[in-house]
Design a protein. Sequence first.
Length: 546
Amino acid sequence: MAGTAVGLSGCLGEDDDDHDLPAPEDDEEYEELDTIEWVGISRDAAPLRNEAQGMIADQWAELGIDVNVDIRDLSGLFDRWYDRDFDVLTLWVVARPDRLDPFFMLVHNFHSDYADEGENAIQFRSDEYDELADRIRSEMDEDARQEAVMEAQEILAEEQPVIPIYHQDALSAANESSFGGWTEQIGAYPYWSVAVLDNLEPVDGQDQFTLASLEEPTTIHPMAIQGNAAAEATKMIFSRLVRYTTDGEPEPAAASEIEVVDDTTVEVELREDITFHDGESLTADDVQFTMDYYQEYEVPYMAGYYDVVESVDVVDDETVHFNLEEPDASFTTVSLSQLNILPQHIWEDVVDDEGISHPNEYTDDEVYVGSGPFEFVTYDPQDQIVYETYDDYPLAEIDFETLVWSLYGSESTAFGAVEQGEADCIQEIQVTHFEEAEANEDLKATASESHGVTSVWLQNERDPFTDQAFRQALAHVTDKQRVVQVILEGRGQEATSQIAPANDAWHNPDLPAYDGGVEEAIDVLSDAGYRWDDGTLLAPADRFTE
């Protein structure tokens, strides 16, 4: 999708008299700021976030800043994210069960190890923060780990490398006329879970389950995963060693038993009854091969889950030892829940046989041979992903034949499909549709506080975002309360951290709110030497890095 640009000219305009704007000093040199290039999400892909980013860009313009919002679909947004090609970017962290642990929110997204490749695309670098992130990752004592988590949130609050905007309530709806036995998994995706699908009871022989979605995976290629949707789509095809219950508790999946032998050694016993979709057994060799393959060829989105592994030893056909470079508090509960186990017999010679440089270039359908609960059938971009139930999967007894991730161009169309019984459920809906679901006796409406977060991400190695005062001023002028009340219609919370209040074990409740508005933002900028000329913000000529 080509980008659609929306320009906002920054000038304090008619309300200048309401603000005391310091004028340039005669003996100082100043420069106008370049237009801020904001990579935003399209309305079709995320209507509320699209509306929120427009409102916030308008608020920034009140400081005399020019902002250009370049609208992208989800794939285009991720391309710019991983290329580090943005000044500002709208992105959200989806409330998956594994993200109740602070690793993804605070380590994967902000440690400088992932600044050049990986999820720290804003290139935030801080030695002090890295020390805390290392403690979050390696500290096995929960109290000491919690202390590091609280301190890390304090640093992010002070530095403001990213502006957390809101924690949106998880609102979903399911049609009970085609399936009974509905349960929900904790988080933003209550229905897209094997634990939930395993409980469903088809009505009148219903043999297809359809999720209505606005979110299109950038890919479902296991060696090219980018973003949450791709990770969620692949988990139905590939086994992982650990999975989550509906309550968000980790439990063995392809593993039968997991034992922490010592601080840097984890022993995993595999189930003996897991087979790939082509009939071959899943063995310890496949687990070892998968980890080695990820490390050799690298998948940036997955890097935080495998880079702590020094080696994997095969003990016997059903046993492996993961040897870690250092202790990792979340390795058994988080990292092992994200590792898609690949069949060695399919992948080991692909690069040489096909004459390619990276396995993500291999496009034969056998790349989708996994050992999970569903077999891949077809993927039509911008339309649907079709899966077929794998009858030999031992960890679930799915009572329908076909699973479909169906893509819709608007939430109204997607919700209408659920109302009409053309689709069975929809996740992350707006308040209007949630209220309609509550009033419809055929629909089950589900609401919960979310531990996900929507944020405005700032490229910390580009001026003017190298300047902490400038970042703090943007945080003050961003009216989060208005976003929550007007756009979310009150169904959410203003964010001060990447860790939401709903995740109370790790949330720091004592962080500054940055709610001073335009006046406080002007004071912060003025104290840092910024001035205004006819409503346009000027920076001191020597303010930024070379």
